[in-house]
Write a protein that binds this ligand. Structure first.
Ligand code: FMN
Length: 179
């Protein structure tokens, strides 16, 4: 399989923090949903839920809860990713504090890449007051909001930020006969 197109999408994706107001089509939204739900999941329990927020007033409230990151309210869609604590029944605290968050993170990355592949911009937002978001969306107690993703048509073109050198992030652990 030729992976060059996938690598191109992975490497050219950028965090977008300025959006045009144009709304998304139902087809685009359905594709994002497909991508979110197709992500890997611990024990395939899929202990995650996603809220698609298009209400401007609520988006402004979310932006305030996100320490005034106003671009959240500019986007036509904000996806709020939540962990579901029902995973604790099978995997205990590791399920609750690690697996469920990774479940949502895997979905978020799928959504970011899918948005980019459809010509849309998006940004992973993790800096927000969880209790505030919980209250704004009137979430049930079993859900914990852990990520927000504003999605829309980009009104900026962002430069790629520097990445660490391969040597500082990747270590090869080889047997002596591979050296
Ligand atoms: C867990 C997580 C939380 C983040 N939270 C925020 C945030 O609150 N606000 C924001 O503007 N960007 C946020 N980002 C985006 C990063 O700033 C961005 O990914 C990084 O600067 C690299 O840029 P790039 O996405 O264009 O490659 C977050 C990214 C991750 C993975």
């Amino acid at each position: 399989m030729d992976n060059s197109k996938l690598m191109e999408i992975i490497k050219s994706r950028r965090s977008i923090r300025m959006f045009h107001p144009d709304t998304l089509t139902q087809e685009q939204i359905d594709t994002l949903i497909e991508a979110l739900l197709a992500a890997p999941s611990a024990g395939n329990m899929q202990s995650r839920q996603f809220f698609f927020v298009t209400d401007k007033e609520l988006q402004h409230d979310l932006a305030r809860a996100a320490l005034g990151q106003d671009f959240i309210a500019e986007a036509p869609l904000v996806i709020v990713g939540c962990t579901d604590d029902s995973i604790e029944r099978r995997y205990g605290t590791r399920g609750l504090h690690l697996y469920s968050i990774m479940d949502v993170a895997a979905s978020v990355q799928n959504a970011l890449l899918t948005a980019h592949s459809m010509g849309l911009g998006a940004c992973w937002v993790g800096a927000f007051n969880e209790d505030g978001v919980h209250m704004i969306l009137d979430l049930p107690r079993n859900l914990r909001p852990v990520a927000m993703v504003p999605v829309g048509y980009a009104a900026e073109s962002a430069e790629p930020p520097p990445r660490v050198r391969v040597e500082s992030a990747v270590k090869f652990v080889r047997s002596s006969d591979q050296l």
